[in-house]
Design a protein around this ligand. Sequence first.
Ligand SMILES: [Fe+2]
Ligand SMILES: [Fe+2]
Length: 217
Amino acid sequence: MSDQELWQKLYAVTEKELADGPGCHDFAHILRVLHNAERIAESEKVDHLFALRVGALLHDIARPEEQRSNGTVCHAQIGAVKAADVLRQCGCTDEDLIQRVSDIVRAHRYRGNIPPETIEERIVYDADKLDSLGAFGVARSFHFAGRIGARLHNSREAALNSEAYSREDTAYREYLVKLRYLPERMLTETGKKLAKRRSEYMHNFFDELEKEALSLE
Ligand SMILES: [Fe+2]
Ligand SMILES: [Fe+2]
């Protein structure tokens, strides 16, 4: 089977799997991450471009399982196994490709345990983080806050002294506690550059929001 045929099958499976996903993590997120990964790959020395593209496509393939378990299973861990299963079900017999993709999926949610190592793993990690920054990052933060029933906005103090998933877990809190630190966590030079630009936009947005909010007092 050609790469193109395999790609079309995997694309269709992923689109179907994530069709009912929430707006911040649906198939459109996958397409943005894929685009980001391809953009980063243009300026980095990649070993296996097809593995990178398939890894980006399948990186959140187990989101539905994580959601159904209310977060008790990690979509990166079970996604690594599911991605290999999906590849085999689509007719892939290239064990090297299956292993590479599985590793990319497992590493994309790096939170202090095993860091992404290969260039493909680092690129998908960065590509995913980039979608949390910039205008889409702002949009996704508000979308997520809305889904968990948080306020539209709160003060810096309220945001910083609140719990995750509370009414005070606003987009602003997400920015203050997590998103503003993302640029320094990027793992490729190109990812760092892109993140810096997107982060500046995000900083300006929340700065402006804060100014408007303070002017009401
Ligand atoms: Fe993910
Ligand atoms: Fe993702």
